[in-house]
Design a protein. Structure first.
Length: 282
């Protein structure tokens, strides 16, 4: 279903609601309005064709077919005069409207676009290699373990999820086994990761790990993609809290990786706010 907003931008900027969820945009009577999420009253007068969660004091919006920046007082810090935008997450977090206009969220104004110097790419410190039908590990290009594993599912820069004889365990960069091969299935990101949260199945339970540290175990089917601890409940989704319990009071058709957006049973896009509150965005 096509939406009258940029879904990728909405998902990224909705992460800001993890810090402050008292103000959010919602679609009302043909346009988007910023409201107080507790009182449900507008925080200022104004209706927009597109509106995204605030980053600090500033919100990206669209009016009369053009993009700009509105602040929490309802003033236009950047008048809506730009036909397009690009969200930047590195160097100086902000919005690039064109080659000469870059809005910095931290500085709260249009600045000269920060120069991004492309350094020589740095590859993963730990990765798998295959020799014949077996896999080994290479660390910093000079520490090479013997190819004794049947597969390498994923790795960080110090550990790898590996298998032997149909069972899965965890090895460190030297090949030392940190977690015995007692597990039958792996769920989580693949390839090399800076941070790795995953689950391993043993019998009818899933054991959840943050790298080589076990978090908890339960029977929920994991649907992990590198963000919150998503689980599938039939044809719906929820996610787990720090104790392994369901964090949301109901299940959804879809939940974003950061756990702040969802698609409810009526196909509405909703914000998932603190205290298990739900707010319909569109």
């Amino acid at each position: 279903m096509p939406y009258p907003f940029n879904m990728e931008t909405l998902e990224k900027l909705s992460q800001n609601l993890l810090r402050n969820d008292s103000v959010a945009p919602v679609y009302l009577a043909g346009g988007f309005t910023y409201i107080n999420t507790y009182s449900k009253l507008p925080v200022f007068q104004g209706k927009f064709e597109e509106a995204y969660p605030f980053e600090g004091n500033f919100g990206l919006m669209k009016a009369n077919g053009k993009y700009g920046i509105v602040n929490l007082q309802g003033n236009m810090d950047v008048k809506p005069t730009f036909p397009q935008f690009q969200l930047f997450w590195v160097v100086n977090y902000g919005i690039r409207f064109d080659e000469k206009n870059y809005f910095s969220f931290s500085q709260g104004k249009l600045i000269e676009e920060p120069e991004i110097i492309c350094a020589e790419p740095v590859g993963p410190l730990l990765y798998g290699y295959k020799l014949g039908k077996k896999f080994g590990l290479i660390f910093k290009a000079d520490t090479i373990t013997k190819p004794v594993f049947d597969s390498v599912y994923a790795s960080t820069n110090i550990i790898a999820i590996v298998s032997q004889s149909g069972k899965i365990g965890i090895a460190d960069y030297t090949g030392k086994i940190l977690l015995k091969f007692n597990y039958s299935e792996y769920a989580g990101p693949t390839g090399n990761n800076l941070k790795l949260i995953f689950a391993l199945k043993q019998s009818d339970k899933w054991h959840y790990f943050n790298e080589d540290k076990k978090l908890f175990e339960n029977k929920f089917q994991p649907a992990l993609h590198g963000g919150v601890l998503l689980v599938s409940i039939g044809k719906r989704y929820n996610y787990l809290d720090e104790k392994g319990n369901l964090a949301l009071s109901k299940n959804y058709k879809w939940i974003s990786n950061n756990g702040t957006l969802a698609l409810n049973e009526n196909d509405h896009i909703v914000f998932l706010l603190k205290g298990k509150r739900e707010l319909i965005y569109y």
